[in-house]
Write a protein that binds this ligand. Sequence first.
Ligand code: BEZ
Length: 181
Amino acid sequence: MKWIFAYGSLIWRPDFAFVDRRRVHLPGFTRRFWQGSHDHRGTPDAPGRVVTLIQDAQASCHGMAYLINDEAVFRALDHREKNGYRRTSVTLHPEQPALAPFEATAWVAEPGNFAYLGEASIREIAEQIATSTGPSGRNDDYVYELAKALAAMGIEDPHIMALNDALRAIATNTEHTENRV
Ligand code: BEZ
């Protein structure tokens, strides 16, 4: 049996069976919408943005670990995350202090991969996400769902909350503009 680290959509929508799950954090990394999405929340011509893990010695990325007893889940995630992600081994720290750190697999899109978009201002990222959509749905819904799931877990992630707020503001402005026409 092996653990998987979920820090994006797998937090609110794990599409596999799991034996156990645990709230965890990964010291030394932060969650950022810096990876391009050609095949889920955007297209090759108009990529969306999805999360990856970025090294940051001051940070810790909070998420969920799932215990998996089926190797097919790993192969399915390799396929699903083929747009620039690769499997990496990470050491997760359970939120429950009585539990010891343990190893898990995470899918990480590292700087320099073919779909990597990298750092941009919250405004630029939000404007790109607001107009992107792909086979898995609207890019802004991905941010809203992630923000909701993190809030439900009591996780404060300033990057995600700022993006959530920027997207809500863009949606409100768009509504007002459309109502005036
Ligand atoms: C996730 O945790 O949802 C995830 C993020 C990026 C790649 C694979 C899974």
